[in-house]
Design a protein around this ligand. Structure first.
Ligand code: GLC
Length: 575
């Protein structure tokens, strides 16, 4: 059972801060690709040289009170602070290793102690990130070895530049001498720790995840652990980096999200997401019973980048105004997604977040009685009409509908506001007998292995590896008579990679009653790795109740294997 505070939290703040911030993405004049905290591995910087960064690391502008006050004002309910990242440098005062911010830098302060105090002051929960497997500073730090798929085809996961002799590495020694003693410090010296956030388990053996879990629970029984502890030893599930779920589960999950393209500070990364983008992400995660863990990558002087400050200033008023619709809210009560945005439930209120200009919203399958709404409405049987003319908010508009009970709605796959928007998990994925020669094995940024010759559901709710023409997916839909465009939504699985591209590269086959067809996917709209393609236009003379079937008829290039199916939309174009 997850603690109530986590189920209600909806908003956490990740803090990636370490020696890497001092380099800001550059090493000896060369700019890195990839995320900033990986700079030591990216340039294979010897420990001896990397450690020198500590000699001048003096974040005089560090102000724990200000960091946490800013977060608390924006509605942040918990933080997750990098106490030790893959570089092995402790960003707190550790007695276990002098490779830490107190002993090795001129700063001579313990930021974690100051953050813990500020968290108590502002009622924000303290969570701690600890890289339990990778540690490039230690000869015995985690290393899946040369036989393991590399990190993004670019880097070794472990330190093979200072410590190339893989056979000599003894993970047990590192685990006993550094991980456990440091975890003991972190869970005894800083008061209540609500989350231990582990990362990159890769090939770490089950016994270590199990031991670590038991150790944490012995020290702080109420501390919850994310799934990157590895080997199914977690308390809660998390999505991949920048991966947003499209389905919802009974148990609350968490999406870690960057504000630009990096976690650790990079001075040249100005690709800041907008306040609008962030509040929309927050609302859409709440609608899917997930918490947003939004990253801040402070600068080496302890200040936040301007772009980060701007986003917090931009989102704070909106979040404060809509706190009731976000915090402690329940997810979308309908089986289908809302074509105009998303929705949550708080008590007897249905909160509709509207991210586009729509003059009217028509909801079907409403079984409870409406008492009031923040816009004019009429209720006729199961149909609720809301007049949304003039509704506008530059960040995200919200309509609240109050019922005489907790709103009850039909669970059928029926259109809302003229659009039936279904997701892979609304349907049934059926495997054919032939295992086609498609599917490959990849390792995601957080070390999760993926790959299959048959379709499977990704942890984000997408349909992955739907390349096998023998497989299909079937949804039981209800569509009133009319003319519809059928749109397919696909996205590149590498959502963590800001440069991930969209590929069609397949022919899809579909069937709806007597109607059927085959279409090569072309992108009509969408950006980055996401795309919407038109599958067909079809005419229904009378109401249709039955199966909609979709499968891949032909894979046109190997690229297709990276593209996941994330949704289908039936958009009514005429009566
Ligand atoms: C990945 C990266 C790590 C980062 C983390 C954030 O696992 O390896 O550097 O801290 O994602 O979620």
């Amino acid at each position: 059972m997850l603690p109530k505070w986590f189920e209600e939290a909806r908003f956490g703040m990740f803090i990636h801060w370490g020696l890497y911030a001092a380099l800001g993405g550059f090493w000896k004049g060369q700019e890195m690709t990839y995320i900033g905290e990986w700079i030591q591995a990216r340039f294979r910087i010897p420990n001896e040289e990397y450690a020198k960064l500590a000699e001048t690391f003096d974040p005089v502008k560090f102000n724990a009170d200000e960091w946490i006050r800013t977060a608390a004002e924006a509605g942040v309910k918990y933080i997750v602070y990098t106490s030790k990242h893959h570089d092995g440098f402790a960003m707190y005062h550790s007695k276990v290793s002098s490779y830490n911010i107190y002993d090795a830098t001129p700063f001579k302060r313990d930021p974690l102690a100051e953050l813990a105090e500020a968290c108590r002051k502002y009622g924000v929960r303290l969570g701690i990130y600890y890289s339990q497997n990778l540690d490039w500073h230690e000869p015995d730090g985690g290393d899946p070895g040369p036989g393991y798929p590399s990190n993004g085809g670019m880097m070794s996961w472990g330190n093979d530049w200072d410590f190339p002799d893989y056979d000599k590495k003894n993970f047990r020694r590192y685990f006993e001498n550094k991980v456990k003693p440091q975890i003991r410090e972190l869970l005894t010296n800083y008061g209540e720790v609500s989350v231990l956030w582990c990362d990159c388990p890769l090939d770490m053996k089950p016994e270590f995840s199990q031991e670590l879990r038991a150790f944490v629970k012995e020290l702080q029984p109420n501390c919850i652990i994310n799934q990157r502890i590895g080997n199914n030893c977690q308390d809660y599930g998390g999505l991949g980096d920048n991966q947003l779920p499209i389905d919802r589960r009974k148990d609350t999950r968490e999406s870690p999200v960057t504000l630009n393209h990096t976690w650790g500070y990079k001075k040249n990364d100005h690709a800041w997401k907008t306040p609008q983008h962030i509040v929309r992400t927050l609302a859409s995660l709440a609608a899917r019973n997930a918490n947003l863990l939004l990253n801040v990558g402070p600068m080496p002087d302890g200040d936040w980048p301007e772009g980060t400050k701007n986003v917090f200033a931009g989102i704070t008023p909106w979040i404060r105004e809509h706190a009731d619709a976000i915090f402690g809210s329940g997810s979308n009560p309908f089986a289908v997604d809302m074509p105009f945005g998303c929705c949550t439930v708080s008590g007897k209120n249905l909160n509709l977040f509207v991210d586009q200009d729509v003059p009217e919203i028509v909801l079907n399958g409403i079984l409870s009685k409406v008492v009031s709404a923040t816009v004019p409405f009429t209720q006729d049987g199961e149909v609720l009409r809301l007049d949304t003319t003039g509704l506008s908010d530059p960040l995200l508009a919200c309509v609240t509908v109050t019922f005489d009970e907790v709103p009850q709605v039909r669970q059928d796959l029926i259109p809302q506001n003229g659009v039936l928007h279904i997701r892979p998990r609304n349907g049934e994925a059926i495997h054919g007998e032939d295992a086609a020669e498609s599917g490959n094995t990849t390792v995601s940024a957080d070390g999760e292995k993926e790959g299959s010759k048959h379709s499977s559901f990704g942890r984000d709710g997408s349909l992955q590896f739907w390349d096998n023409p023998a497989d299909r997916i079937v949804w039981p839909v209800i569509l009133p008579a009319g003319r519809y465009r059928i749109l397919l939504e696909t996205r590149n699985r590498a959502t963590w990679d800001a440069h991930a591209e969209w590929f069609g590269d397949r022919k899809a086959a579909w069937q709806l009653g007597d109607l059927a067809g085959e279409t090569e996917l072309v992108r009509e709209s969408g950006e980055g790795g996401s795309g919407v393609s038109c599958l067909a236009e079809c005419e229904l003379a009378s109401e249709f109740r039955g199966d909609f079937m979709l499968r891949t008829a032909e894979v046109l290039s190997e690229n297709a294997v990276h593209m996941d199916l994330i949704g289908v939309r039936f958009v009514k174009v005429a009566q």
